[in-house]
Design a protein around this ligand. Structure first.
Ligand code: AR6
Length: 181
């Protein structure tokens, strides 16, 4: 896993992952940014997301580990083929085994789907480390554990990027992992 600093809506990867909520209401954070960059009109991307959720999941919400795929629209200009929506845990500053397991499911669900779709490169934001209030260091360490394990048996995925938005988060992430590799 490579940790990079940047804006995921500008990032070049075949799949980008959205830190969504269970209803795919992309009201804030990276979800809003992705919806805006993809469709221009955020409400239009919410509509597309909900329609795909109904088709792909058969419900109007997703559980941790379930994912919904939407088309990249304007993000195709960055080489993006798929946007994969996954839902991480709400922490509100707390962290325990249950939150960690839910985050693992969210990351793994997106990795599995991307691998199934034949994706070679995938970029994640720090799921749950924003509005959902999970400690960034724990989120980053969980990412590394899941990705390191998954990459051993992935069929198509060659590179996984964790894209941190701020300089401060990037520094914290690198420190939490004891350096980039
Ligand atoms: N590129 C990369 N990372 C970003 C970007 C960006 N353009 N914008 C924000 N981040 P959050 P959550 C970082 O709050 O905690 C939404 O309303 C941000 O700094 O987007 O999983 C959803 O609809 C943070 O480190 O997601 C849900 O309701 C990380 O992305 C809820 O927020 C995740 O922050 C999900 O909360």
């Amino acid at each position: 896993m490579k940790v990079v600093k940047g804006d995921i809506t500008k990032f070049r990867a075949e799949a980008i992952v959205n830190a969504a909520n269970k209803y795919l209401e992309h009201g804030g954070g990276v979800a809003y940014a992705i919806a805006k960059a993809a469709a221009g009109d955020v409400y239009e991307y919410i509509r597309i997301s909900k329609e795909e959720m109904k088709k792909q999941i058969g419900r109007d919400y997703i559980e941790h580990g379930e994912v919904v795929v939407t088309p990249p629209l304007r993000l195709a200009e960055n080489g993006v083929k798929y946007v994969i929506h996954t839902v991480g845990p709400y922490c509100g500053g707390k962290w325990d085994e249950d939150k960690k397991n839910k985050l693992k499911l969210a990351i793994l669900g997106a990795l599995k789907k991307a691998d199934e779709l034949g994706v070679k490169t995938i970029a994640f934001p720090a799921i749950s480390a924003g509005i959902y209030g999970c400690p960034l260091e724990e989120v980053v360490k969980t990412f590394k554990e899941v990705v390191d394990e998954f990459i051993k048996r992935s069929k198509s995925i060659k590179e996984v990027f964790l894209v941190l938005y701020s300089e401060e988060d990037y520094s914290k992430a690198i420190k939490a992992l004891g350096g980039n590799d």
